[in-house]
Design a protein around this ligand. Structure first.
Ligand code: FRU
Length: 494
């Protein structure tokens, strides 16, 4: 079957060939999920950006499509978004056949070379054939550069209450919001971010979206802000703000910085426009600018995270974003084994309990945390994936400092970047008797979801031989596994 190269993800989207970074323009229309992405079709390194394209009917199997947008005299095609213009406000389609409208950043290399400021502006393209072909608007750009060096990644949605399109634009180290009635004429609304959140890098790829608070009637607005560098694991990461939006201004009284994912490999994630059922589905680039160009892939470079459904919970007075793998994953399930309850002391082999391949798999585990302050409760416990070359990755809970972590200091065969080997942790006090873990393990990545989706760690790995041994481990004591299940995940490419 296709796409069997070493390290080629088997259930995550990746381009057939060459470079990908950010996912772009995700929109659902007429039974199809569109995924565009930052793409350089000439080599497996970053270069003049195009929008690559793929389509899925079920969110898990992807069909590669021809390149949607090519660079032109205004510049490279940087990140952005797409919408269905249902009311044909743009006039690009008709009421019966509404156009898909894409918003992207023009990044002009000539202006950049001339060391001027106005490098980036926002452009528009549209499709009236279900996203198969794209026509650039002939009066681009629709939003000129206001004198900000980094001015990019427009994310647009229709705001019903104020009857207009809202565009969020990453603007240096803030997000600016613009409004438009027709997708083409944009006026400035407000700016968010001065003195709030993390400012250790450039703000990129924003997304402003409403989310219902779990078990309540309350809806809050969440602003995702990607930042590079400055992430909790180093390099690129996604922070978020929970607050209110009135059609003009987003406000958040949040004091501390919250991160969507504490791993090192989930960047530039934004959500689908018009996903059915009002779901907010996010996909990110499973990579980090600290080493993206150095990774050991030749034929292609880069992959997307598995799509995640976002939610919001209120813990006491704090709103927390949650992420869970989309339920469509079950379309890929193959064989499975359930694990008996057991007390784990030192280690317990799991990989002898099933016959199917070692990756890709999903591992679900429920641990008893009730007596975690008692003597005898492990100071660390979790899952270790390893090979017989002495390489391994550990996904654990550290009960002394109370944090979840992924340790990939030994998860690489050939060292390709000194920024790769590290431990990524999330301070979290488990305050429920039991805690459920979900691990999505592909050939070269792990996505770890726990604490009801409040804790997420996404990390890639590059062992010289596949991790074919899977075990539970404890240090200094034991832990009780209440139940567990290991499920084979079938390749999306077969
Ligand atoms: C984020 C980013 C965006 C930009 C794109 C360029 O990873 O830097 O801000 O539009 O990548 O490829």
């Amino acid at each position: 079957a296709a796409f069997q190269e070493k390290y080629r993800p088997q259930f995550h989207f990746s381009p057939a060939e060459h470079w990908m970074n950010d996912p772009n323009g995700m929109v659902y229309y007429e039974g199809e999920y569109h995924l565009f992405y930052q793409h350089y079709p000439e080599a497996s390194v970053w270069g003049p950006m195009h929008w690559g394209h793929a389509i899925s009917k079920d969110l898990v199997h992807w069909e590669h499509m021809p390149i949607a947008l090519y660079p032109d005299s205004l510049g490279y095609i940087f990140s952005g978004s797409a919408v269905v213009d249902w009311k044909n406000t743009s006039g690009f389609g008709t009421a019966e056949n509404p156009p898909l409208v894409a918003f992207f950043t023009y990044h002009n290399p000539d202006i950049e070379q001339a060391k001027q400021i106005e490098i980036e502006s926002q452009g528009v393209a549209y499709s009236i054939d279900k996203g198969r072909t794209w026509i650039k608007y002939d009066k681009n750009p629709v939003l000129k550069n206001p004198g900000i060096r980094d001015f990019r990644d427009p994310k647009v949605f229709w705001h019903e209450e104020s009857g207009q399109w809202i565009m969020s634009v990453a603007s240096g180290q803030t997000i600016t919001f613009y409004g438009s009635k027709n997708c083409l004429d944009w006026s400035f609304l407000s700016e968010f971010g001065k003195g709030q959140g993390c400012h250790d890098g450039v703000w990129e790829c924003p997304d402003l979206l409403p989310l219902k608070v779990k078990d309540s009637d309350e809806t809050k607005w969440v602003l995702l802000v990607n930042i590079n560098p400055g992430g909790p694991a180093g390099g690129s990461a996604t922070q978020y703000f929970v607050g209110d939006f009135d059609g003009k201004t987003f406000s958040s009284d949040q004091k501390k910085t919250f991160w969507m994912d504490h791993g090192k490999d989930n960047y530039a994630g934004v959500t689908w426009s018009d996903a059915p059922g009002g779901r907010q589905i996010l996909i990110g680039w499973m990579n980090n600018w600290e080493y993206a160009g150095a990774k050991p892939c030749v034929k292609w470079s880069g992959a997307a995270t598995f799509p995640r459904e976002l939610g919001l919970v209120k813990d006491e007075s704090i709103y927390l974003l949650t992420s869970e793998p989309v339920k469509e994953l079950d379309a890929l399930y193959g064989e499975s084994v359930t694990l008996d309850a057991m007390k784990v002391s030192k280690s317990a082999l799991l990989s002898d309990k099933f016959e199917f391949g070692k990756a890709p798999i999903e591992i679900k585990l429920t641990f008893n945390q009730k007596d975690n302050t008692q003597l005898g409760f492990a100071s660390r416990y979790g899952v270790r994936l390893k090979n017989n070359k002495g390489e391994y990755i550990t996904i654990g809970y550290e009960n002394v400092d109370k944090l979840f972590y992924v340790d990939r200091t030994n998860a690489v065969g050939e060292v390709f970047s000194d920024k790769f080997a590290s431990v990524h942790s999330v301070p979290y006090i488990v305050n429920t008797p039991e805690v459920e873990w979900t691990l999505l393990i592909d050939v070269a990545s792990v996505e770890f979801f726990t604490a009801g989706g409040r804790v997420v760690v996404t990390d890639v790995f590059y062992p010289s031989e596949p991790f074919d041994t899977i075990e539970l481990f404890t240090e200094n004591g034991n832990v009780e596994l209440v139940d567990g299940k290991i499920t084979e995940i079938r390749s999306i490419w077969k």
